[in-house]
Design a protein around this ligand. Structure first.
Ligand code: ADP
Length: 169
């Protein structure tokens, strides 16, 4: 049984086995959640991202996929980086957003993570309306068979929090 909860807050201050990063495909950092996690987590995360770029993902991490690194100084064991679709993507964008959640949980299972915190992927710089993103996120997580015991959606602002909380009621 996986428990889904929504909390209002800053994902960089969460304690969980894995914190999910709304990364971009370069894996080399960005704004929003990405910048905040790297800032608080320290350089070890970027170092590992650079290694992944040089080895497994020379062309970048594809949209909808996920990969784990150390969590550096964050209060977690791993950061799972996933690349959300830009909302203006024309093809299969909802399937790609659902894939971010599914793939992140698959990676979490491989690692043995029991608690995983997600931000509202694609709802910042990537422009996805929160309502629709919450619907897709919650449906995707509910549909995945996983050993993860707690999936925590961490929402930065009141509106996003209320939207996710309403979906979970
Ligand atoms: P994307 O590029 O996938 O849209 P962003 O990082 O720009 O990713 O934004 C994703 C969501 O995360 C937005 O709703 C934004 O308000 C929120 N957000 C930004 N910083 C944080 C943070 N420190 N903790 C949790 N959520 C955050």
């Amino acid at each position: 049984m996986t428990t889904l909860i929504a909390v209002r807050g800053d994902i960089t201050r969460q304690r969980a086995d894995a914190l999910v990063n709304a990364a971009n495909s370069s894996l080399l950092g960005g704004g929003g959640v990405d910048g905040a996690l790297h800032r608080r987590g320290g350089p070890a995360i970027l170092e590992e991202c650079r290694r992944l770029r040089a080895t497994a993902y020379p062309e970048g991490l594809p949209t909808g996929r996920a990969v784990a690194t150390t969590a550096g100084r964050l209060d977690a064991r791993w950061v799972i980086h996933t690349v959300g679709p830009v909302h203006s993507t024309t093809e299969d964008r909802s399937a790609l957003l659902a894939s971010c959640y599914r793939e992140s949980l698959r990676v979490a299972d491989e690692l043995g993570a029991r608690t995983v915190a997600f931000p509202a992927i694609s709802t910042g710089a990537y422009g996805w309306p929160v309502d629709d993103a919450a619907r897709i996120a919650v449906a995707a997580v509910r549909a995945v068979p996983t050993a993860v015991e707690e999936v925590r959606f961490v929402l930065f602002d009141d509106r996003a929090y209320e939207t996710f909380a309403a979906r979970l009621r």
